[in-house]
Write a protein that binds this ligand. Sequence first.
Ligand code: ZN
Length: 254
Amino acid sequence: MAAELSEAQFQRYARHLILNEVGEAGQARLMAARVLVVGAGGLGSPLLLYLAAAGIGTLGVVDDDVVDLSNLQRQIIHPTAAIGARKVESARAALHAINPEVTVETVARRIEAANAEALIDPYDLVADGSDNFTTRYLLNDVCYRLKKPLIGAALAPFEGQISTFKAYLGPPHPCYRCLFREPPPPDLVPRCETAGILGAVAGVMGTLQAVEVLKELLDLGSSLSGTLLLYDALNAGFHRITVPRDPDCPTCSA
Ligand SMILES: [Zn+2]
């Protein structure tokens, strides 16, 4: 049964509570939820800010990096004063400033094969805000094994893509490897540091991730599982691609 909301919580979450689709039961679900966000960068910044504002009970933040002046053009969770500080600590301060009720669990390490299961297991859901294929495939494989929904997004200079992966539910749900079997060769992958990005594009995609996280937690609307949503900033367009499950997928067909 849902815990009673305090008077301050009634006010803080009033615009959720008034929605039939959220209400007190939905807000209690958010407040009991544990969400792991991998990467406190361009995607992770708006994602974490909106999840904290929404009242997610526990937010895990994994990032081994420190704040650099060149990050601030898009990584809006970090203020200028945090340059040189660990991103997880800078993020924690920003999240507590927005919503002191959120418990922030920080991990100032890189997520890798040796620690991924232990890091992910205590959470209900994972949102991938990382900027590299190694992490993306690792999160896909571990979330599949641990039966955790994974909301992934990726950025290009003027484009973004997002999907949700719940292949552990069985067909027709695909996993990330059903969509992209192998990582592209490293020299074909432009990263923000080398390719550049219009900062607000990261904001759009990270915010879409926050919306999809909240939808999954609240069981609202249509899940993005099985759909890749593409954002084309220059043409101001979105389009959707259906992602079939690959019967020979090395991750989810076994
Ligand atoms: Zn698969």
